[in-house]
Design a binder for this molecule. Sequence first.
Ligand SMILES: [Mn+2]
Length: 380
Amino acid sequence: MKILHTSDWHIGRTFHTHSTLDHLRVVLDGLVEIVRDRGVDVVAVAGDVFDSATPSADSYALLSGTLQRLHATGARVVVTSGNHDSATRLGFQSEWAGLAGIHVITGFDQYRTPITVDDEHGPVHFYGIPFLEPALVRHHYPDELLKTHEQVLGLAMRQVRTDLAERGGRSVVLSHCFAAGVAASDVERDISAGGLDLVPVSVFDGPDYVALGHIHGRARLTDRVRYSGAPLHYSFAEADKPRGAWLVELDAEGLGAVEWVDLPVPRRLSVLTGDLAALANDAEFAQAEGDWVAAVLTDQVRPLDGMRTMQARFPHCVALEHRPAITTTPAAATYAERVQHKSDPEIVAGFLEFVRNGVGQSDFERDLVAEVLARAEASA
Ligand SMILES: [Mn+2]
């Protein structure tokens, strides 16, 4: 059986105020082509189908058109909801879609009954676990301690393993979570209101393959537990990460070959660094003229009209940052003197910027530091 693992379509997301729907349509058409050309039996979409809990009409049209084209290839589709999706809206009409082999799993306990697809070696059970917010599911299990995603997914996976032991056969799990083994900078910062909530990869012991969503770059945690990443670049931080999906083969014994398949990149992302005159004129930047461009201007004085000058050459320049090449250092003072009037978060921020040559904190890091400091203070 051939399974295509994808996730994080984020239909409806904007990129620096620009709609991404047209580019995403190109990419998802490429995905349909892969499904047809490679004879994929089941497409697994591991959450964050929409970018918003209230998707636009155009977003629905892109999703339904894509599902229709996938269905026309003869493949089955298993879709779960992520933390960006509204389970109710994504799950609308899923009873009918299921009859056509398009299984949209958004109910908190729907994973307990797998979608079973047979091949010549017997059954393969697909357990789709939607994003489960502990605060929203714990009242269903009054006897369980469910405060973290690890505890919630631990419970779900115990139920899956029990069910699987009774059924027998091969199995695939879909889950939308932040599993350990991934660099923190790749993580969305809004997985839960209380901050970051790691799930150790051992939670997913059991099934032959685990298709994860939430991280936007591809990642292989183990041979059988992977992230596919998003199909389209949604931020400059993802610029150097390939876009594609995992083509997973299950043979008679379980997991067989796993192959990365590339998706089309409608417009590349380039981060260009230099003074404005160089960026606007030098031949070395010509290859980026058609790209989405983020410019880092190193002029000593912030140029007037930098964006307009950049866009004359790079029509898709959408971000501009001023980072002078030479920064003045304050008059010598001891470190203790320099930090004595600073708060703890400011000291951490200054340290990070210093050791990373001027690259400041991301929003994610700032939130994480604030959370850790608050925790330390609370326990002091
Ligand atoms: Mn997500």
